[in-house]
Design a protein around this ligand. Structure first.
Ligand code: NZQ
Ligand code: ZN
Length: 385
């Protein structure tokens, strides 16, 4: 196993009674900015429940944080935070609201152009405290220190992070899953599935805990998917869904093992170009990335075939190919359209644009072995057409 450090200070308060703890967790004297999205929280009762808990605290609101939160929207919130001397952030929403709020927490202390944080990869060591009320299990953002922000002017979608961005406390109430539309349930399943794979599907190093933990999460997602889609209001399905998504990206799976975040990096490019849902970009990319990187990944693919899909017969190559087939069938069972051509008439430009973007950012050796050069990424994207 490789050397590692593990740090995750986020307090998770999970359960149908979790909102009742908001009052005791958020300081009474805080000047709170509550952030949210386009309004789903006003339709499903979460807004009222949270407001009730906040009681007499000084609370300002910033809504309209859009999916794939943009710098341009968040700059408006920064002005409000400065004029109202906000000292505590409460994000109520999915990954986009939480990510946008993490950006605000760090950017408020940054002296230069806030986009530099993303563009220059500045780590956030000082930030305002953040609490989250999760309404959409998917990204794990409620339990990690990363965020992804889009610059609409330059069509860039880039990641940021740092130890100060872990939420202080996250409230996870599975009852909220009842209100989530099918499209977002599928996105959550696909995003969490890919988060595990990016930290698992590389090459074997006999990391028994990380592998076992990843395989358990992958099997759980496959088992849960049809149940959740048919019965999201079932408390057992909803609770499992919420905790799986959080565990898939809380920092533990990828410690001490090789990881490969290239599907996410390429996926962010597709979202920036064509506004495709984050999770859908992953479903489009990773099976094609596996086919392209077959020789590098086939041993772990065979292990995944055995332990997740129960394929015990055949050579390593045969098992690895079966694993890809099973995964594609799983994606297809979620009714995700994985052809890039379905999302834009200009899809044939994608491969070249992304190759050039990766080159210009110096992302020239992606993948666990550094084998995914911009030219290889170009070929992977051509397979997605
Ligand atoms: O805006 P509202 O009205 O809240 O509606 C949202 C939005 O339209 C809706 N929604 C959320 N909770 C709901 C609900 N609708 C009904 N009932 C509810 N309870 O869902 C839509 C999508 O929300 P969004 O937050 O965009 O989805 P998601 O959680 O999938 O987040 C995606 C963003 O997170 C980033 C992605 O790149 C993308 O920008 N990621 C963040 C990561 C992290 N910080 O660790 C890791 C991920 O890999 C990912 O990159
Ligand atoms: Zn993701």
């Amino acid at each position: 196993m490789n050397s590692f450090e593990l740090y995750n200070p986020t307090k998770v308060i999970f359960g149908v009674d979790s909102y009742s703890k908001i009052d005791s967790e958020i300081p009474r004297e805080a000047r709170v900015l509550m952030t949210y999205g386009a309004g789903s929280i006003k339709n499903n009762g979460v807004y009222d429940a949270v407001m009730k808990q906040l009681g007499n605290r000084v609370v300002f609101e910033f809504g309209d944080i859009e999916p794939n939160p943009s710098l341009q929207t968040l700059e408006k919130a920064l002005s409000l935070m400065k004029s109202e001397s906000i000292d505590y952030l409460l994000a109520v929403g999915g990954g986009s609201v939480i990510d946008g709020t993490k950006f605000l927490a760090g950017a408020i202390f940054y002296q230069g152009d806030p986009w530099d944080i993303l563009k220059k990869g500045i780590r956030i060591n000082k930030a305002l405290p953040i609490a989250t009320v999760l309404t959409l299990p998917a990204t794990g953002s409620e339990n990690n220190s990363g965020a992804v922000i889009t610059n609409k002017l330059t069509n860039e979608k880039l990641g940021m992070g740092g130890p100060a961005l872990f939420p202080i406390v996250s409230f996870l109430n599975p009852e909220v899953v009842k209100s989530i539309p099918r499209r977002q349930l599928v996105n959550g399943l696909m995003d969490s599935f890919t988060h595990v794979l990016e930290q698992y599907l590389t090459y074997p190093i006999n990391a028994m805990v990380q592998d076992g933990y990843s395989e358990s999460l992958l099997k759980s997602i496959v088992k849960l998917a049809p149940r959740l889609i048919n019965e999201p209001y079932n408390e057992v399905n909803a609770g499992n869904f919420m905790w799986i998504c959080s565990m898939a990206l809380n920092g533990q799976l990828g410690k001490g093992v090789p990881t490969d975040w290239s599907t996410h990096i390429i996926g962010h490019e597709l979202t920036a170009l064509y506004n495709i849902d984050h999770a859908v970009t992953l479903a489009i990319v990773f099976p094609n990335l596996w086919k392209n990187q077959f020789e590098n990944k086939k041993e772990k693919l065979a292990q995944y075939a055995e332990n997740v899909w129960n394929i015990q017969e055949g050579s390593i190559d045969e098992k690895a190919k079966m694993a890809i087939k099973c995964t594609e069938d799983f994606i297809s069972s979620l009714q995700i359209d994985v052809r890039l051509s379905s999302y834009s008439l200009e899809y044939k430009r994608a491969a070249n644009i992304i190759k050039e973007n990766l080159k210009s950012r110096g992302q020239t050796r992606l993948g666990e072995k550094g084998t995914i050069t911009p030219e290889v990424a170009e070929r992977i994207i051509e397979l997605c057409y």
